[in-house]
Design a protein. Structure first.
Ligand SMILES: O=c1ccn([C@@H]2O[C@H](COP(=O)(O)OP(=O)(O)O[C@H]3O[C@H](CO)[C@@H](O)[C@H](O)[C@H]3O)[C@@H](O)[C@H]2O)c(=O)[nH]1
Length: 466
């Protein structure tokens, strides 16, 4: 990659940038957030996804609608994948590989589109490991945008280790890898790894996620990371050593509260308005993680025992008609606890002054959103890199993990109730509360975060396409 000379400086040039996220809300939303910031800087964006995913995204503000064009490709049909399933939340966790098989078939329409539209850059996600050679062939520069933080990426390792699937047993994931040269607590617990393996189908695509990450990183011209060195300096330094290519933080991309007619929000706000400031714990485990029936029961009973007001969101389960909360639970907690099944405006809820804590699976979007409003995390990691995020935050004194059996991950209602009380009201939780509140400026301040995107844009503008 060549840097242009001062004479050829392209700083004023409007760039055309294609964005191609993986088919998951936790990926589409931050890709859209970055798109908006790039568009605000005067660049033209093609945001590429499938029809149902595009429909689910928040409407664009009028000042950006001319700068961001949605490009919608129907998801090719795949046997075993219902035609309405277009995102990771539409399919049970063990069917995610079928979604990847369908996603891989977007290669052909995407290639045609890139040939016709010739963007300067494409910013893509981990799943499209096949994309970089196509972009290179067409002279389009290419950056991988990681929605995992730098500590997680370092734990995963350099591309060569990812491609050869360096780790083979669950125990391999429960130790600090050899390429981390300093003391670290970033590693999985045994139950987090076995849960992941147990829930994952055979790789019907023949390509594991590890291999997808490996090629995606290795073949990129640059890696953008949704985090910042102010928060995890040692991990950004190590990442640059491991990748040996430009690595840019995007900052946390704090979300903007959409001013829309949202009837769900009107009802939720009405309930939150009646609660005391900082008194409510918001409970949500994101769009992909599901608890086992017995875990849901313990969580429910724990919330009940805690005596703390709560707002609990349960996702619609593709494979379960009804959530499995105990009989009579809602009646017993009436007035103090709310259970909502389906999609909620999470950012609006977290912004409400009644919310003090956030019992979370520790998906990175939820972490950013919760800490951005100074809400104190209570961790209940389930899948993916959520255990690593938990270790990163807990290591900094930012939140408290529900105690569990280290090996099989079981927890009971008392461990939930005690954790909730500790974080929300006990004296022992004072320092955790104080530290989480301090994070508001780092995670939530839009002006502070925007300078990372500014630096990244300066770099891509002055870097000639291959
Ligand atoms: O009812 C809901 C449910 C979710 N959200 C939003 O959806 C996003 C969910 O993202 P996240 O909290 O990261 O959860 P998941 O979607 O479950 O996360 C997947 O993607 C993340 C980013 O890669 C990873 O950190 C997780 O491990 C992985 O499971 C957030 O912006 C939420 O605000 C809502 O607005 N309303």
């Amino acid at each position: 990659m060549q840097r242009k000379t001062k004479m050829e400086d392209t700083r004023e040039r409007v760039m055309h940038i294609a964005m191609f996220p993986w088919l998951a809300m936790g990926h589409l939303l931050p890709f859209l957030r970055l798109s908006k910031l790039l568009a605000q800087k005067g660049h033209k964006i093609f945001f590429i996804s499938t029809p149902r995913n595009i429909n689910r995204l928040p409407k664009l503000p009028s000042n950006l609608s001319a700068s961001i064009t949605f490009i919608s490709f129907p998801l090719p049909p795949i046997s075993g994948l219902p035609s309405t399933s277009e995102s990771s939340m539409d399919v049970p966790y063990n069917k995610q590989q079928s979604l990847k098989a369908a996603f891989d078939l977007l290669q052909q329409p995407l290639t045609e589109f890139l040939k016709c539209s010739s963007p300067d850059w494409i910013i893509y996600d981990y799943a499209s490991h096949w994309l970089p050679p196509i972009a290179a062939e067409l002279g389009i520069s290419k950056a991988f945008f990681s929605l995992f933080n730098a500590a997680t990426l370092c734990f995963m390792g350099p591309p060569s280790s990812l491609i050869e699937d360096f780790r083979t047993t669950p125990d391999d994931f429960t130790v600090v890898p050899p390429w981390v040269p300093f003391q670290s607590n970033i590693m999985f617990r045994y139950h987090e790894v076995t849960r992941y393996v147990e829930k994952t189908d055979e790789d019907v695509t023949g390509v594991s996620d590890s291999v997808r990450f490996g090629y995606t990183i290795r073949e990129s011209d640059a890696v953008f990371v949704r985090s910042c060195p102010e928060f995890e300096p040692e991990w950004f330094n190590l990442l640059r050593d491991l990748y040996r290519k430009p690595v840019f933080p995007t900052g946390f991309l704090p979300p903007v509260i959409e001013d829309d007619d949202d009837t769900t929000w009107v009802c939720i706000k009405e309930w939150l308005d009646k609660q005391r400031v900082n008194s409510v714990v918001y409970v949500s485990l994101g769009t992909e993680a599901s608890l086992r029936k017995e875990e849901l029961v313990e969580l429910a009973l724990g919330l009940e025992k805690s005596q703390v007001p709560f707002f609990w969101v349960l996702k619609n389960e593709p494979s379960r008609p009804e959530p499995q909360i105990p009989d009579g639970f809602e009646e017993r907690v009436q007035g103090r606890g709310m259970v909502h099944v389906g999609w909620v405006p999470q950012v609006k809820i977290l912004s409400h002054e009644s919310v003090g804590g956030f019992l979370t699976h520790c998906g990175w979007n939820s972490v950013v959103e919760g800490l951005g409003f100074g809400r104190v995390p209570i961790f209940l990691p389930v899948l993916n890199e959520q255990g690593l995020n938990t270790r990163l935050l807990q290591g900094k004194g930012l939140g408290f993990e529900v105690p569990r059996n280290e090996r099989e991950g079981s927890f009971d209602s008392d461990s939930v109730a005690n954790s909730v009380r500790l974080v929300m009201m006990d004296d022992e939780g004072e320092s955790i509360r104080g530290k989480a509140k301090l994070m508001k400026s780092l995670f939530g301040n839009r002006d502070e975060n925007i300078h990372h995107v500014g630096q990244l844009v300066d770099w891509i503008q002055n870097t000639s396409p291959k």
